[in-house]
Design a binder for this molecule. Structure first.
Ligand code: FAD
Length: 469
């Protein structure tokens, strides 16, 4: 009674619901379908695709330690998934298929199509809930609706969470060899782009659990004091690993609880704040299912559809290239392009700058982020962008517009982060780094601000006000 486990963005052997369920039923064969074209159509860029590929290599090694062969197929699009999986199932006399569900719309449709075609072939296919504690649709408001605001969602989450939802799934024991060879992993096709240095993001479960352990031991308790300061590295930098399932939310929560005397919601302020961020991650996955318009490039708040976004290619390019003349914004954009990651505080600052100060459609920024992020993940990215643009769930009220210079003096008080990413400003006295003196700009080879904060703020306010006229 051979089982097939289809691994996607759950690249781990520990605490993997589908893998554990398969192994409990019989010997396991694993498969990974690589769909580079489809990933690119979805907006992912070389950094995530490269990390994904390296993650599969690490996974193959881990599976081989359990004598589980990993088959590998390239498919052009999700449409080919049902036939490809069926062919494998027939070739290897598979009794049941297992996989962990993914929640954005296209992924749901792909999974449904697979389940249907297996049904027709009379082979059972099981989609397991694994990436979140509550299956979307099972944590609802009193009226039976999906939550569109985080705080009540988090309250309900804490109230209803059970030990089983947090319990780690069994890691399979090594099985007897099946006599099926793993496929060699083909190199990535030429994508005409170079990924960020792989040493920054070593792939695999081992790297992920090391990062988790180091974070909790050295920084977890300081998280709430340090998480907003980009120069401090006060956050876990686990997002790429969570996005591709090289570590699970259960492993993160269990580790945080064990550091925090068994508590999830009480106890150390830093550790509980960190758990709350993991709940944000879950919240946005529920939003993608409950409000599918967000998966169709629509704003969560329908009335903001008519917002008069500006078409301004020069300003957009200046933002992308870190040449806006606002040092914190520019430093952040250079961090993104160079490392494939950006600090959360800066994601908020840069996203608000694009959508408010430049009044450029947040969807263009969302796409740019996705193309560069190693951790690019639909729910969190879309949710974060719509928050910043005041079109989303829990949106920042449209009149609350960060002043990028004030953000800079608050969260990079000595301008250290700025000096790191904008060496042209490093020689300035620390205070001047937030807003370099105009008369030095030519000498520094640094641009003047492309918009005036006050005027740009007013323009954004007017555009939002016009929606209710
Ligand atoms: P930590 O502070 O250590 O948090 C732990 C984990 O919680 C993170 O790894 C992440 O999985 C989750 N998390 C933290 N904050 C959030 C949040 N606000 N929303 C959802 N999950 C969160 N996160 C992504 O994983 N992928 C994205 O594509 C993404 N795009 C974003 C775009 C914008 C405009 C904004 C404002 C935020 C975005 N985020 C995204 C959320 C957040 O910025 C990152 O998860 C965080 O910076 C990752 O760093 P970390 O792992 O050190 O986080």
């Amino acid at each position: 009674s051979r089982q097939l486990v289809w691994l996607r963005s759950d690249l781990r052997i520990h605490d993997n619901t589908a893998l554990a369920a398969a192994a409990a039923k019989g010997p396991v064969v694993a498969v990974f379908l690589r769909s580079v074209d489809q990933w690119q159509t979805h907006g992912h860029g070389i950094n995530k695709i490269d990390f994904w590929t390296r993650g599969v290599t690490a996974l193959k090694e881990a599976l081989e330690g359990l004598n589980i062969p990993l088959l590998h197929r390239d498919i052009a699009s999700f449409d080919e998934a049902p036939a490809t999986l069926l062919e494998i199932a027939r070739e290897h006399q598979i009794e049941q298929l297992h996989f962990n569900l993914e929640y954005p719309l296209n992924e749901q449709r792909r999974d449904q199509a697979v389940i249907e075609s297996f049904k027709q072939a009379d082979i059972a296919a099981h989609g397991h809930h694994d990436a979140v504690a509550f299956a979307p649709g099972t944590l609802l408001t009193g009226k039976g609706d999906y939550y569109g605001v985080f705080t009540p969602f988090a309250k309900a989450w804490h109230k209803q969470i059970t030990a089983d939802q947090l319990a780690l799934r069994d890691t399979p024991d090594a099985q007897s060899p099946l006599g099926i060879d793993s496929d060699p992993l083909p190199p990535l096709p030429d994508l005409d782009a170079t990924p960020v240095d792989a040493d920054q993001w070593p792939a695999g479960e081992h790297a992920a659990s090391n990062r988790l352990e180091r974070f909790l031991r050295f920084r977890g308790r300081h998280y709430s004091d340090q998480r907003d300061f980009p120069k401090v590295r006060g956050t876990s930098e686990l997002s790429p690993y969570l996005a591709l399932g090289m570590i699970s939310y259960r492993q993160c929560m269990q580790a945080a609880m064990s550091e925090n005397g068994g508590h999830l919601a009480d106890g150390d302020k830093g550790l509980t704040a960190w758990v709350s961020e993991l709940i944000w991650r879950e919240f946005y996955q529920h939003v993608a299912v409950g409000f599918p318009q967000v998966c169709r490039h629509q704003p969560f708040q329908a009335h903001t559809r008519k917002l008069a976004w500006r078409d301004d290619p020069d300003a957009f390019n200046a933002w992308c290239e870190g040449r806006t003349g606002y040092p914190l914004v520019d430093a952040a954009m250079r961090q993104l392009v160079t490392t494939g990651w950006m600090h959360n505080r800066l994601r908020m600052v840069t996203a608000m700058f694009l959508s408010k100060h430049l009044l450029i459609d947040w969807r263009r920024g969302e796409a740019f982020f996705l193309r560069h992020l190693v951790d690019g993940e639909f729910g969190a990215n879309n949710g974060g962008w719509q928050w910043a643009a005041s079109t989303g769930t829990d949106a920042a009220p449209y009149f609350r517009i960060f002043n990028p210079t004030t953000q800079s003096t608050r969260f990079d008080p000595n301008g250290d982060f700025i000096a790191h990413w904008l060496p042209e400003l490093a020689a300035l006295p620390t205070k001047a780094r937030h807003a370099p003196p105009r008369d030095l700009l030519t000498q520094l080879d640094y641009p003047a601000p492309i918009v005036d904060h006050k005027a740009a703020r007013q323009r954004a306010l007017d555009a939002f006000k016009a929606l209710s006229d």
